[in-house]
Design a protein around this ligand. Structure first.
Ligand code: PMP
Length: 412
């Protein structure tokens, strides 16, 4: 694989060309949000300038152009994630909305109709972001189902034998991440999803942390529901996707009831439309969908394999450097497919490290990363996390390592 032309790519991300506290910005907070290239910004601007109108109901030309742009964006994204004829894709405001739609949609139809019933079991992995845990806590409470956690071992790894021990004939859902955003752990999700599907569960995959460099391919997975966010794959904020098997999506009771998601309405009843409209009530973020499709095209034009190799190489470099600093422990050092490193520093609060790094122009994230139960299970508190994108350089990683070493000297 040819290396990425990083300098040429950086020129397409104007936000990177700035100084922070007198130092060149090293943006290493990509697991939280990536930056957008000019192509994505231009696609959104072009839509706003030329095609903006409400979709699906209009006979006028602008409305038809806007509808075409929205549906073209859907087609592009379906192709991006390897959707087959059996799959459908719904636009959401992000991973969080997508996962809430699944969890609530599986019980909201009510007794006798809903997929989740009292006494059923929901299994959620212990690596999850709160966005793939809290909706299941609520779905369990509301439906009377029981929530079981597939807990990782002391090193933060998930095991098929532990899943086997939790699976029962009444397991209806298994929810899992492609990569733990707090630790970088990349579970063997292909095998775990297949194992749960074999047992009759609907499978839910949170792809937020893999979509930008190690995109899951629906055609190759035992996956009923796939969720990801646009802003973590060089796309607009407030955009996202819920994709999956049409048969599974059809089980979801719609949560946004209103315009554009119905076939016919009477005073006391309504007939919902088919997929995907059924799950997209109200006016969607059309410019956002157009921008998200431009991000998918940008990733493919740049080359998925090259992006993945680049991000992994930066992670390996960071891992090597950080492990050489006394007092630093990196979580999930074995997770070579991750695009991030998360670490704890003996006797030093991550907030202080993050502040010292910011003074040197280096942006990292500190805290619990919305995964408090996982960090507590591992006996850890908040961490410092550096995460990499296609525009990051080896030089930035070296600056990170040096700055962390310096922070440890000052703070310890
Ligand atoms: N899941 C994972 C693994 C994440 O990393 C994130 C974002 N940190 C989310 C879900 C939530 O994504 P969003 O805030 O875009 O809805």
């Amino acid at each position: 694989i040819a290396p990425l032309p990083v300098e040429a790519l950086r020129a397409q991300f104007p936000v990177l060309a700035q100084s922070i506290h007198g130092q060149p910005l090293a943006y290493l907070d990509n697991a939280a949000t990536t930056q957008t290239p000019l192509a994505v910004q231009q696609a959104q601007l072009d839509f706003e300038r030329q095609d903006r109108a409400n979709i699906h109901r209009g006979v006028h030309t602008l409305s038809q152009r806007a509808t075409d742009a929205f549906e073209q964006a859907r087609a592009t994204l379906k192709q991006f994630i390897g959707a087959q004829a059996e799959h459908e894709l719904v636009f959401t405001s992000g991973t969080t909305e997508a996962l809430n739609l699944v969890a609530q949609g599986l019980w909201a139809a009510g007794p006798g109709q809903a997929w989740l019933r009292p006494g059923d079991r929901i299994i959620v992995s212990g690596l999850e972001h709160h966005a793939n845990l809290l909706p299941w806590q609520q779905a369990a409470r509301q439906s009377g189902a029981e929530l079981a956690i597939l807990k990782p071992d002391g090193a933060g790894r998930l095991h098929a034998c532990d899943l086997a021990a939790l699976l029962t004939p009444r397991t209806r859902v298994f929810a899992l991440t492609t990569c733990a955003n707090a630790s970088g752990e990349r579970p063997p999700y292909e095998a775990l999803l297949a194992q749960a599907a074999q047992a009759g569960a609907l499978t839910v995959l949170d792809a937020a942390q893999a979509v930008a460099h190690d995109t899951p391919v629906l055609a190759r997975l035992d996956c009923d529901f796939l969720a990801f966010s646009g802003h973590k794959m060089y796309g607009p904020m407030g955009t996202g996707v819920l994709a999956g098997r049409r048969s599974a999506l059809a089980r979801l009771h719609p949560l946004r009831l209103g315009g554009d998601m119905v076939e016919s309405v009477q005073w006391h009843t309504a007939r919902f439309a088919g997929l995907p409209a059924r799950l997209e009530g109200g006016t969607p973020n059309v410019a956002g969908a157009v921008g998200l499709a431009a991000a998918a095209r940008f990733i493919d034009a740049t080359g998925r394999a090259a992006i993945d190799a680049h991000v992994r190489a930066l992670r390996a470099l960071a891992l090597q450097g950080l492990q050489g600093i006394p007092g630093i422990t990196v979580l999930a050092p074995h997770a070579t497919q991750a695009g991030l490193v998360s670490f704890v520093a003996r006797g030093v609060h991550p907030h202080d490290i993050g502040t010292l790094l910011d003074e040197r122009g280096i942006a990292v994230r500190t805290g619990h990363h919305c995964a408090q139960p996982l960090l507590e299970h591992l006996g850890l508190g908040p961490t410092t996390r550096a995460s990499f994108a296609l525009y990051n350089t080896e030089d930035e990683v070296r600056r990170l390592v040096q700055a962390v070493a310096r922070a440890m000297e000052v703070l310890q």
